[in-house]
Design a protein around this ligand. Structure first.
Ligand SMILES: *Cc1c(COP(=O)(O)O)cnc(C)c1O
Length: 226
């Protein structure tokens, strides 16, 4: 597993250099959903600090079991409004916010001893093929509403494009997400995050400006379940 981790780091470094970007431009988020805490401890021992979880209960249990480690937890799954409280209490980041209501609850429920919670807005860039995310033409209004919330720090955008193995086709939706971030930066100059790229398309995402890639399979191995 430490070997997988160094291979992924090398792929990220190579893609970053090829794109003419600075060496530390891309952060690796290790997606540990469905994987046991022992594997997270191994990855941590190999220097990994940011981990992503998709399921609220599983993520909260792992955060509690690994409270002795200095992990930065990212919630990357679909989030229902009745689950926002524990996420606000246990996670540093939420990728994939697509409704103002979710952001408002996260802000209200963020414990006051913690810094504001970092969030990315999920955009539906592949149209019909993916139902999750805000439509591009509704993005500006959502960003405006969310950026005013006191315990939220709006960081940028996230997307999960429809899978394809063709590298040119992989780049297209990532380029679109980058354009949307550039437009939003006119109103929100502090936005600095493009959360895009997974095991199969991290190179395409990095060449289009990803700042966080979310990698599960190529670090921890295939999952039995989603
Ligand atoms: C599972 C998941 C990942 C990791 O995908 P891999 O293909 O295993 O690298 C990344 N992002 C999200 C939102 C996920 O649900």
């Amino acid at each position: 597993m430490a070997d997988n981790l160094s291979k992924v780091r090398a792929r990220i470094a190579a893609a970053t250099t090829r794109s003419g970007r600075v060496a530390d431009a891309v952060q690796l988020l290790a997606v540990s959903k469905t994987k046991p805490v022992t594997m997270i401890r191994h990855a941590y021992a190999a220097g990994q600090r940011a981990f992503g979880e998709n399921y609220v209960q599983e993520g909260v249990e792992k955060a509690a079991a690994l409270a002795d480690l200095d992990i930065e937890w990212h919630f990357i799954g679909p989030l229902q409004s009745n689950k926002t409280r524990v996420v606000a209490e246990s996670f540093a980041w939420v990728h994939g916010v697509e409704r103002e209501k979710i952001a408002r609850r996260l802000s209200e429920q963020r414990p006051s001893h913690l810094p504001p919670i970092n969030i990315c807005l999920q955009v539906n860039i592949s149209g019909e093929s993916s139902k999750a995310g805000v439509a591009p033409d509704a993005l500006a209004a959502l960003a405006k509403a969310v950026s005013g919330l006191p315990a939220i720090r709006l960081r940028g955008l996230m997307a999960i494009p429809a899978p394809t193995t063709d590298p040119a086709a992989q780049r297209q939706p990532f380029a679109r997400l980058r354009e949307l971030l550039l437009q939003l930066q006119n109103q929100h100059p502090d936005l600095d995050t493009l959360s895009m790229g997974m095991s199969a398309d991290l190179e395409a995402a990095i060449s289009e400006g990803a700042t966080i890639v979310r990698i599960g399979t190529d670090i921890f191995g295939a999952r039995d379940t989603q």
